[in-house]
Design a protein around this ligand. Structure first.
Ligand SMILES: Cc1cc2nc3c(=O)[nH]c(=O)nc-3n(C[C@H](O)[C@H](O)[C@H](O)COP(=O)(O)O)c2cc1C
Length: 337
């Protein structure tokens, strides 16, 4: 039986499959089921600063609306409107106490002080690491891309100094030069980089003529993006990489390990196929390793990244052009039939 053990965030994981941050990791019963299904670790649903503010505002409005009725309630719980992220912290602590697999917190704040404050509070709860979710939807006509990147790098440097816990950063692919940004992140000395976060874009309901946000689940072809970039950078960065996006099958995980990922995160597939599918997903990695005669992940991890195999994927421009020429030839021959 091959060993699926891997190391990520300075943690020893029993296998490389991590349940990514989502509503599935926001409740203790589902977290317990994920553990039972065999995942190597869980990333708790992000603590979003916006949500904290929204909750406080709602609570405040509620308290003022019922000012007379709630006089006793307010004197009993005078701090309630400042409870802020306490609710989140409460169940994160519960999860840490209940689960035996590593619990990784996830944080997305707005203000620098909040990033630092929340990170330190999460650290106190006993989580094993924190994933810093840098996802933003910048709608800013005045700041250049390099200014935004500089701010992000400075924030990561500060968090590195203020937190003793292993830290990872989860990013989207939307950087004008992702390689330069990754090089800068690599110098900060974080313990992990997640390639990539899934940005959600709004849709429109044409009946009500309103905007709406509905989750769209990734498909297997979406692994091409993390596959390509992980393969290009894994041999050049010292920070371990965790690949995410589109993982639906064991073969997707094997491909990402072959190009150098230390582990993967899965979310959409759990929504689509259920937690019950996870043992099969993990087992498929062992079966392939058995078939190939690999005893441990280190025997093949990174075998097909750019550093170890220049021809393994369409890494170079000439390969890319060759592929495009090939498809236009195919198209022409179909049209001429
Ligand atoms: C419904 C849903 C909720 C999510 N919530 C979060 C979140 O709170 N924080 C976060 O960092 N990522 C969140 N994600 C992104 C996932 O953690 C994951 O990175 C992404 O979905 C890509 O992996 P997948 O293709 O397996 O879904 C969410 C994804 C989905 C589908």
């Amino acid at each position: 039986m091959p060993s699926l053990k891997t190391e990520y965030l300075g943690l020893k994981l029993k296998n490389p499959v991590i349940a990514g941050s989502s509503d599935l990791t926001a409740h203790l019963p589902t977290l317990e089921k994920l553990e039972e299904a065999g995942v190597g670790a869980v990333v708790i649903k992000s603590l979003f600063e916006e949500e904290v503010h929204l909750k406080s505002l709602k609570q405040e409005a509620e308290l003022h609306k019922n000012i007379n009725l709630n006089a006793e309630f307010q004197s009993t719980f005078p701090q309630i409107r400042y409870s802020g992220p306490k609710e989140h912290m409460f169940w994160v602590k519960k999860s840490v106490e209940t689960l035996s697999i590593p619990v990784i917190a996830s944080l997305h704040a707005i203000l620098e002080e909040s990033w630092i404050d929340y990170a330190q509070r999460l650290e106190d709860l006993g989580v094993r690491a924190i994933e810093l979710n840098l996802h933003t939807a910048p709608y800013n006509w005045d700041k250049s891309g390099s200014e935004i990147e500089k701010e992000q790098i400075e924030l990561l440097q500060k968090l590195r100094k203020k937190t003793a816990l292993p830290l990872s950063v989860k990013i989207t692919p939307f950087y004008s030069n992702l390689f330069h940004f990754l090089k800068e992140v690599d110098q900060i000395g974080l313990e992990g980089i997640v390639l990539f976060n899934k940005p959600f874009f709004e849709d429109i309901n044409i009946d009500t003529e309103e905007n709406r946000f509905t989750p769209v689940y990734n498909k297997s072809q979406d692994i091409r993006l993390p596959l390509y970039f992980t393969g290009l950078v894994s041999g050049s960065l010292k920070t371990p990489l965790c690949a995410a996006q589109g993982i639906q099958r064991s073969s997707d995980i094997i491909k990402l390990l072959l190009v150098g990922a230390a582990c993967v995160q899965v979310t959409s597939v759990i929504y689509q196929k259920g937690i019950v599918f996870l043992p099969e997903l993990i087992q498929g990695i062992s079966a392939w390793m058995d078939d190939k005669g690999y005893g441990k992940i280190g025997d093949f991890r990174g075998k097909l990244n750019r550093e170890n195999n220049q021809d393994s994927l369409s890494f170079s421009r000439s390969q890319y052009i060759k592929m495009l020429m090939q498809s236009s030839d195919d198209l022409m021959s179909q049209l001429l039939i």
